[in-house]
Design a protein around this ligand. Structure first.
Ligand SMILES: Cc1cc2nc3c(=O)[nH]c(=O)nc-3n(C[C@H](O)[C@H](O)[C@H](O)COP(=O)(O)O)c2cc1C
Length: 303
């Protein structure tokens, strides 16, 4: 199952890209309208990008009245990403989504670009659980104690996990000034893939919950690796900012990767990294066609 990562695809301006997904995840919706952070709000870096968008959105009531009905007309199931600054704010939006046509709720518990998200993740999930029967996915940040946090949101009633959000990052310009208007922002793209793999691997072991894996997925191989760590679905983020054809391309690449391994479907790949992987033991693996071995960064200077 391939989704977009919240905030990385405007389905109303790129409906064909949205229709190529198995489900569309909205930009995070907050109770009140938000204009977002001061510019500049995006910066490219060596191995990824920084954003400090800051959750601009029309607010819950306009979203429900004007945006959601148009998204539902596109076809794919719509997951609504819910944000807020206190547990009751998240819960009120969840209650309003009941019967709205939304297929699931993703709770954005981890945006690095907004201050004031004070209530603990488990308290927010518990409040939302009491407010809705919709499936609840808790979206967490990379790093920190993912196992403990994942187990806590599971105990509070989460049906699944979305892993990971961006990591805190900063870029300087030639004059050594922060590029982003907010100085620090959220780091995404290829550089965060190892963080995402670690979070998915750890949370899968800790909870066994369904996981939407995301973070640096650029190719079918990246998607496969997240699935091997335990993701049952994969979301595309930064790649969609550069390539609106990514859903179809990555779906085809993933199918080819699965076929090359003799797997009959994506579900067979889920958790493979926990079960010894595929093929002969380490050391005996042939180089994969199309993936020339990379020069190790540390060469022989490994410690
Ligand atoms: C421009 C931009 C906007 C984003 N907006 C949101 C958002 O509104 N809500 C959210 O939960 N995550 C948001 N994210 C985080 C992504 O959904 C995703 O978790 C993160 O970028 C990691 O995936 P990637 O490396 O494939 O981009 C945003 C990311 C980017 C780059």
């Amino acid at each position: 199952m391939i989704l977009n990562a919240s905030g990385c695809l405007d389905a109303l301006t790129a409906p064909e890209a949205a229709r190529a997904l198995d489900a569309y995840v909205t930009k995070t919706v907050t109770p009140e309208p938000r204009r977002g952070n001061p510019p500049p709000r995006m910066a490219e870096t060596e191995a990824g990008m920084l954003n400090s968008i800051g959750l601009p959105n029309p607010g819950r009531e306009r979203f429900l009245a004007e945006v959601l009905p148009r998204l539902l007309e596109l076809g794919p199931p719509v997951w609504v990403s819910v944000g807020g600054f206190a547990a009751h704010e998240y819960a009120e939006t969840c209650a309003r989504l009941e019967g709205s046509g939304a297929a699931a709720v993703e709770l954005n518990l981890s945006c690095p670009n907004v201050e004031g998200a004070a209530d603990a993740a488990a308290d927010i999930v518990a409040a939302c659980r009491a407010a809705t029967t919709l499936p609840l996915y808790a979206k967490l940040a990379p790093g920190g104690n993912v196992a403990e946090l994942a187990a806590a949101v599971q105990a509070a009633g989460a049906d699944g996990l979305s892993l990971v959000n961006t990591a805190p990052g900063l870029a300087l310009d030639a004059a050594l000034r922060p590029v982003l208007g907010t100085a620090t922002g959220g780091y995404s793209g290829p550089a965060v893939k190892p963080l995402a793999l670690a979070a998915v691997y750890t949370a899968y072991r800790a909870t066994g919950l369904p996981i939407v894996g995301m973070g640096g997925v650029m190719t079918g191989r990246d998607a496969l690796e997240l699935m091997a760590c335990g993701a049952s679905a994969v979301a595309l983020g930064t790649v969609l900012l550069a390539d609106l054809d990514a859903p179809g391309r990555i779906r085809a690449e993933l199918a080819a990767e699965l076929a090359a391994l003799g797997l009959s479907g994506p579900e067979e790949a889920v958790g493979l990294a926990h079960a010894g992987g595929v093929g002969p033991a380490p050391g005996g693996l042939p180089a994969r066609p199309g993936h020339p071995p990379r020069q190790p960064l540390l060469g022989s200077r490994r410690c």
